[in-house]
Design a binder for this molecule. Structure first.
Ligand code: NDP
Ligand code: 8X3
Length: 259
């Protein structure tokens, strides 16, 4: 496979674990310069060290809370002081909080999901675009979910926040038409990361049960789809990828083996 990413600058949000960390590692394998953000700086440091070992051209980290405009602007100001360009933006930061039905839902959970999964993408994209527009051929990939396409019980706010991601991606694709910048969404189904531990408020046993009897996607599987999309030639835009493990045919249709 041709490596069109060597020496390019990639900014990854939510790079401290899961898809974001693995995407950073796979970009590192291709000799990319990395700008990595998340709230847990200790974890970012660890990921950056691994990326340098794996061949990243450079790996820079800075604290980022995508739910806070001031934090996003400070992060992008730092990125601008580090480099004059961003070629690849991966809007990955986010997650789910709670599995309650609407009648039992909590304001805090709903607000957190919309802040990170929907408004976070808007904030980060607005701030980063000036670093991308002078460089046609760049790409913005937002991380959506099967949940943004199919609603399920107990997922109302999460599904809605990912449906918002889908609409934001489509609007951005239209707005950037003619600039040479590409825009797409990568929509995974169930993948074993810290996602379920976060969603289930740290209950590890319940989180493990989500994947019982299934071989779910790994962070590596999803990162491969992200990196492959980013590595297409400049005239090719992968608008969307829906990626699920073989055992999952829909959010609520998962075949589990016994034992
Ligand atoms: P993880 O929990 O492993 O990773 C989530 C990442 O997002 C962490 O790096 C976390 O960093 C970061 N993050 C969360 N909130 C914020 C915030 N406010 N500001 C900055 N960073 C933030 O889960 P995944 O890797 O699975 O999730 C990544 C994305 O993929 C999410 O958008 C999720 O909704 C989506 N997704 C996940 C699926 C799955 O089944 N795993 C399937 C489909 C989509 P930190 O806490 O350090 O800030
Ligand atoms: C995460 C996948 O099916 O839990 O976005 O909503 S699912």
């Amino acid at each position: 496979m041709s490596n069109r990413l060597k020496g390019k600058w990639a900014l990854v949000t939510g790079a401290s674990s899961g898809f974001g960390a693995e995407t950073a590692r796979q970009f590192a394998d291709m000799g990319v310069n990395l700008l990595l953000g998340a709230r847990r700086e200790d974890r970012l440091k660890q990921v950056a060290a691994e990326c340098l070992e794996r061949g990243a051209a450079s790996a820079h980290i800075h604290k980022l809370d995508v739910a806070d405009t001031a934090s996003v602007n400070a992060f992008v100001g730092w990125a601008k002081a580090t480099t004059c360009r961003v070629d690849v933006l991966i809007n990955n930061a986010g997650g789910a909080h709670g599995v309650e039905r609407i009648e039992d839902g909590r304001d805090g959970d709903w607000e957190t999901m919309f802040q990170s999964n929907a408004l976070g993408i808007l904030r980060v994209t607005r701030a980063v675009l000036p670093l991308m527009k002078p460089h046609p051929g760049g790409i913005i990939l937002n991380i959506g979910s099967i949940a943004g396409r199919v609603a399920y019980e107990g997922g109302s706010a999460y599904c809605a926040s990912k449906a918002a991601e889908r609409s934001i991606t489509k609007s951005l694709r239209l707005e950037l038409n003619g600039t040479g910048l590409r825009v797409g969404t990568i929509d995974p189904g169930m993948a074993e990361t810290e996602f379920s531990v976060v969603r289930l408020k740290g209950d590890r046993a319940k989180a493990d049960a989500v994947y019982k009897g299934v071989t779910p996607l790994s962070a590596g599987d999803v990162a491969e789809a992200i990196v492959w999309s980013a590595n297409r030639p400049a005239h090719v835009c992968i608008d969307e990828i829906l990626i699920m493990c073989t055992a999952q045919a829909a959010p609520y249709k998962v075949h589990r083996s016994e034992g």
